[in-house]
Design a protein around this ligand. Structure first.
Ligand SMILES: Nc1ncnc2c1ncn2[C@@H]1O[C@H](COP(=O)(O)OP(=O)(O)OP(=O)(O)O)[C@@H](O)[C@H]1O
Ligand SMILES: [Mg+2]
Length: 602
């Protein structure tokens, strides 16, 4: 074996292995260069998922012929003017991207600065560069990459199908475009435009929300809250989806640090923490969050593709995310409902209507006339039953109407008008109807009350006249006894009662009359699934949900008018009451004008 220095072309090829893992990585490097060059418009075309051709055209600063020659040399960069790796202000800083790409493909760069009379063009083939020659091109730069990885056949073998690679390219572009709303972006694959994003004008929050809507879907704007928080010079902005707008995976979570899309475990973890109380653990919120930190507060030089960062004070950033998002969601606690109602209305309009409309298919042969079956139903409904009033008793039973002198206009959730199926409270608001799932709402209120009490002076307990014994299996009883101290903090006092049984002495006062047998059994089940290292306080949402299930306002219980209105007023006064602890809405609001649409009046 002979120890020797590797030739430059080979060094670059090795670097390319890290920097350009796949076509999307090449696109990322080239688009970042265009952003760094101050471009207002960046156009990208890609053929065969990037394998045969990638072209990135920008209207940025451009390069002189001398700069062109330097740009493709390793470790040549214009972005570290003071040799200062601490204060990085551009997306690039290593001077590695162009030489790496040039080492494994056929690269052509054409560029012109604003004050030059002509453009210059330079070619690199598998690392061998030609001298720049004059060419025609407007101010800006056009980089063309053909036959990516032809010089590294091993890497070529790892390419996925063009469609998959194209999807990676699209994802990469979307992320960069989200972070830079002021720049216009297009992406084409030869056949069609995959992205067409005009530069957004105006104030950052508006511009960004427009851009996010164009990429994440217009409904994101209606289903998210703006975030704007700051701690010790680190700023968190962006938009966080309402808990009711969740997804089954994290594909719609976009995180950025200083204009850079990042995939950072610490940041994802903080996000999970922020939503813990509002979402089931297998559901993911939709977010686009932007962290701006002073350059010396974050190290971006820790990952070859720069997709991870390291914060000087990670705990501070974590706290900022958890606090900022929670706070914004609390303020939006009552907003979950309209969008859910929209979805319901959408389903109704698109034919899945629970109230089929006259004239709709399936309503007999005479448009506008109810079918015979329905007409008979209606007649039967209106016909007085022998010995009763004017309506069939069976139907009235499910609806309990209440009279009230309260004025709907005074309350966001309106005034309770009745209860349906002993489960749903129907309230009238100023301009619509609110339907509350009393069980889900109660669950949320109990959780918030218990949390509030915990934070103040402990959860008030209510002693039982006769302690109740619950028979369980030995393991389940053991788990409860082990947690007895923690349960007592939450208002539930239990003790061992021989092997396999538990004696309950006190319950949380705010639960009211409690189904103790059911509660204890369910809690024992919860504990079986809970990691011993995790405290009940960390799982407070689940514990409270279980408690609420066995408290007094669960589904199936009749409420009187005062109880219903009390529930509505408490919901209004409670943060996060718009959704239960599993991300389901606790109420749905239908505005009058939506109801009119439903009936074709608008
Ligand atoms: N589209 C462009 N417009 C103007 N100048 C460019 C463009 N692309 C590259 N350059 C110039 O070429 C240099 C080298 O680019 P390259 O991407 O290789 O390195 P970098 O961006 O400085 O750092 P990094 O390797 O971290 O991306 C840049 O520093 C910049 O001066
Ligand atoms: Mg670069």
């Amino acid at each position: 074996m002979i120890l020797r220095r590797l030739p430059e072309a080979l060094i670059n090829r090795i670097a390319a292995g890290e920097v350009v893992e796949r076509p999307a990585a090449a696109v990322k490097e080239l688009v970042e260069n265009a952003i760094d060059a101050g471009a207002r418009h960046i156009d990208v075309t890609v053929a065969d998922g990037g394998q045969t051709q990638i072209t990135v055209t920008d209207d940025g600063s451009g390069m002189t012929p001398d700069e062109l020659t330097l740009a493709i040399e390793r470790h040549a960069t214009s972005k570290l003017p003071d040799d200062d790796l601490i204060h990085i202000r551009h997306l690039g800083f290593r001077g590695e991207a162009l030489p790496s790409i040039g080492a494994v493909s056929r690269l052509a760069i054409t560029s012109r600065t604003a004050d030059a009379d002509e453009a210059w063009r330079l070619n690199v083939e598998a690392g061998r560069a030609s001298a720049p020659v004059p060419a025609a091109h407007p101010t800006g730069t056009r980089v063309e990459v053909r036959d990516l990885f032809y010089a590294t056949p091993a890497r070529l073998k790892f390419m996925k199908t063009p469609r998959t690679e194209m999807n990676y390219v699209t994802e990469t572009m979307k992320r960069l475009a989200m972070a830079h709303p002021g720049i216009g972006f297009t992406l084409g694959d030869g056949d069609r435009r995959r992205l067409d994003l005009a530069p957004e004008q105006g104030e950052l929050f508006d511009a960004r929300l427009n851009r996010l809507g164009a990429i994440m879907g217009r409904d994101f704007a209606d289903n998210s809250v703006a975030i704007n928080a700051e701690r010790e010079g680190i700023r968190l902005t962006g938009h966080a989806g309402l808990p009711t707008h969740h997804r089954g995976n994290s594909a719609m979570q976009f995180l950025f640090v200083n204009g850079r899309p990042v995939n950072d475990r610490m940041l994802y973890g903080a996000l999970r923490g922020a939503y813990r109380d509002f979402l089931a653990s297998d559901r993911y919120p939709v977010v686009a969050l932007f962290i701006t930190a002073p350059p010396d507060g974050v190290d971006v030089n820790v990952h070859p593709a720069k997709t991870e960062v390291r914060f000087r004070d990670a705990a501070l950033v974590r706290g900022l995310i958890v606090g900022g998002v929670k706070h914004a969601l609390a303020e939006a606690g009552h907003r979950a409902a309209t969008t859910v109602a929209d979805a319901a209305l959408g389903a109704a309009r698109s034919g899945g209507s629970p109230f089929p409309m006259a004239g709709e298919a399936g309503f007999g042969s005479h448009p506008g006339l109810p079918s015979r079956g329905l007409a008979e139903d209606i007649q039967r409904y209106h016909a007085p039953l022998p010995g009763l009033g004017t309506a069939p008793a069976a139907r009235v039973e499910a609806y309990q109407e209440i009279q009230s002198t309260a004025v709907a206009a005074d309350y966001p959730l309106g005034v309770a008008r009745g209860q349906l199926h002993a489960t749903y409270i129907v309230a009238q608001t100023n301009d619509g109807i609110v339907i509350v799932d009393q069980h889900a709402a109660h669950e949320r209120l109990v959780e918030e009350r218990i949390k509030g009490a915990l934070a103040r002076d402990g959860v008030p307990r209510q002693g039982m006249l006769i302690p109740e014994v619950v028979e369980l299996d030995e393991a389940a009883a053991g788990r409860l006894v082990e947690r007895a101290g923690e349960l007592a903090e939450l208002g539930l006092v239990v003790e061992a009662f021989g092997p396999g049984a538990i004696m309950v002495r006190e319950t949380p006062a705010l639960l009211g009359e409690t189904d103790i047998q059911g509660l204890i059994r369910d809690l024992a089940d919860d504990l079986a699934e809970l990691d011993e290292a995790i405290s009940l306080r960390d799982r407070i949402g689940d514990v409270c949900a279980t408690m609420a299930c066995h408290g007094s306002v669960r589904a199936g219980r009749r409420l009187n008018g005062d109880e219903m209105n009390a529930l509505l007023r408490e919901m209004e006064a409670t943060p996060h009451s718009g959704q239960c602890s599993h991300g389901r809405p606790t109420y749905v609001e239908l505005k009058l004008h939506d109801i009119e649409k439903l009936f074709g009046r608008r």
